[in-house]
Ligand binder design. Structure first.
Ligand SMILES: Cc1cc2nc3c(=O)[nH]c(=O)nc-3n(C[C@H](O)[C@H](O)[C@H](O)COP(=O)(O)OP(=O)(O)OC[C@H]3O[C@@H](n4cnc5c(N)ncnc54)[C@H](O)[C@@H]3O)c2cc1C
Length: 472
């Protein structure tokens, strides 16, 4: 590779996922020469290849199959038949490769001064990166190497064989039965997807409840809905040993102090994610890592070494594709631009794509009180939302959290079919300091799910049972 030239800065990006692509586009806008180095996962990284895209496509397919067999209205009988699981996987592959081409490869292919190199990158100094035996000089470096599945250290697990998000969406035959280790979003989304296609699914979660960072009202309700669909959700599980006996995976565990054995044809490890920072020469050149190996970055996303930045899952924290892209763009701007911008995650919305979905933004009532805010929550069961009644699907609730002193909305938690579509009204309100009383005053069309936001807002001061049509 040629020398880093004085007039045009050379920006070396390690990683080829969403953070890297957002950083590339920003760097080109800032007239830098970009060298992106990617290894292991195909270009595009986790989201398009083995994360968001395949999982959400298969979840939608499973949902279509489930709804076809469960019309939810008396007087309608239907039967759905899964004729080819392989076809579903083939459609998923086509979607993944189409989006990888359109949203990653094509986006940068005509950009000036962008080179993509395949190979494993390593830092050899704060301004040089080695790949395929060659040293590349860099004016600035961005580390956007993402994370990989973290496999728990359980005796026998490695020998027994397990699936991760990198292999589970590639199975061409539906597992007869599946044990899912973990109880966070990847575990729950994948568990419900396979269960809806017809696998017998058991979720084994170490904490006392699934989605352990959320409040029990939400997690207990979701666990109940998953159990109603036939998923065995077991919490408080201490895993002891895994073995393979006559082709079956056998998990020995302790639940509530008692020994229990779980068996299935397949096992999915969805127990967390570990940063891709090993053997990259990071600590040798002075880049500080935290105790779990995630990159330590400051508010401008710079690491402990000036000129080396971090973005995306590898810096820990939120680990969503839209935060990865936001951070990639911000880091490139801060590395190459004149002004340093600090990261800002206020009003960050997030979604768990189970059915019903879990969607959240801002603080829940416990987090708010821990921060010393005089917080108050209003919870509206969906049985009060006309749209949900009309759909015969009243699973879930809308919970709004406000600062009692200012009446400003500070958080929302939604458990509802397609509940994620409600989230952005709450996110906008939080971001722009809109009061609960302002939301109450807004028109919300009758028989939309979004009317539920208005009804939940009213619930702070009035009983919803006393209202007439249209939340008046
Ligand atoms: C099953 C699943 C479902 C998900 N669903 C969603 C969703 O619905 N919505 C959402 O917002 N987020 C979702 N996510 C999270 C999202 O996929 C990630 O937050 C996002 O892809 C992270 O992007 P990134 O650029 O930080 O890392 P990645 O996309 O992982 O890219 C990093 C790249 O760097 C490569 N690399 C690693 N080390 C090196 C090295 N030394 N040299 C060169 N290259 C290297 C990696 O192999 C990879 O190709 C999901 C994740 C999973 C696992």
């Amino acid at each position: 590779m040629e020398d880093c030239c004085a007039v045009q800065p050379q920006f070396v990006i390690i990683g080829g996922g969403s953070a890297a692509f957002a950083a590339t586009i920003r760097a080109v806008e800032l007239k830098a020469k970009v060298i992106m180095i990617n290894d292991r996962l195909p270009i595009g990284g986790t989201c398009v290849n083995v994360g968001c895209v395949p999982s959400k496509n298969l979840i939608r397919a499973a949902e279509a199959f489930h709804r076809a067999g469960h019309p939810n209205f008396e007087g309608i009988e239907s039967q759905a038949r899964l004729t080819s699981f392989r076809k579903i996987i083939e459609q998923k592959r086509a979607l993944v490769s189409g989006l990888r081409q359109a949203k990653y490869i094509d986006v940068v292919k005509d950009l000036p001064d962008v080179t993509i190199v395949e190979g494993r990158a390593k830092l050899t100094s704060p301004t040089t990166v080695e790949v395929n035996g060659e040293e590349i000089p860099a004016h600035n470096i961005l580390i956007a190497t993402g994370v990989a599945p973290a496999i728990p250290d359980i005796p026998g697990l490695a020998e027994s064989g397990y699936l991760t998000n990198e292999t589970a969406f590639e199975l061409e035959e539906l597992p007869e039965s599946l044990i899912v280790l973990g109880g966070r979003y990847v575990a729950l989304e994948t568990a419900q997807m396979f269960a809806r296609f017809g696998s017998k699914v058991t979720v084994l979660q170490r904490s006392d409840h699934i989605l352990p960072t959320e409040t029990p009202d939400l997690t207990d309700a979701l666990a109940g809905y998953l159990r109603e669909e036939g998923i065995d959700v077991v919490t408080g599980v201490r895993l002891r040993e895994v073995s393979r006996v006559n082709g079956e995976v056998v998990v020995q565990a302790e639940v509530g102090g008692e020994k229990q054995t779980f068996r299935a044809s397949h096992l999915l490890a969805a127990t967390g994610r570990q940063p891709n920072t090993r053997d990259m020469g990071l600590e040798e050149v002075g880049v500080a890592l935290d105790e779990k190996g995630f990159l330590k970055v400051d508010e401008t996303l710079q690491t402990s070494v000036p000129g080396i930045y971090g973005a995306g899952d590898v810096i820990g924290g939120h680990q969503f594709v839209y935060t990865a892209a936001y951070e990639g763009k911000l880091a490139a701007g801060n590395a190459l631009g004149e002004e340093k911008v600090r990261r800002d995650y206020r009003a960050l919305p997030w979604v768990v794509f189970t059915d019903p979905q879990v969607a959240g933004v801002g603080l829940d009532e416990l987090q708010a009180r821990q921060q010393g805010i005089d917080a108050e929550a209003a919870t509206l069961p969906l049985s009060y939302v006309p749209r949900s009644l009309a759909a015969n699907d009243t699973r879930g609730f809308i919970k709004l959290i406000r600062d009692r002193q200012s009446d400003k909305l500070i958080g929302a938690r939604i458990l509802a079919a397609e509940g994620s579509e409600l989230l952005m009204e709450a996110a906008l309100a939080i971001k722009f300091g809109i009061k609960v009383s302002d939301i109450v005053e807004m028109f919300h069309p009758y028989l939309t799910l979004s009317e539920g936001i208005k009804l939940a807002a009213i619930t702070f001061d009035k009983k919803v049972e006393t209202l007439s049509c249209c939340a008046t």
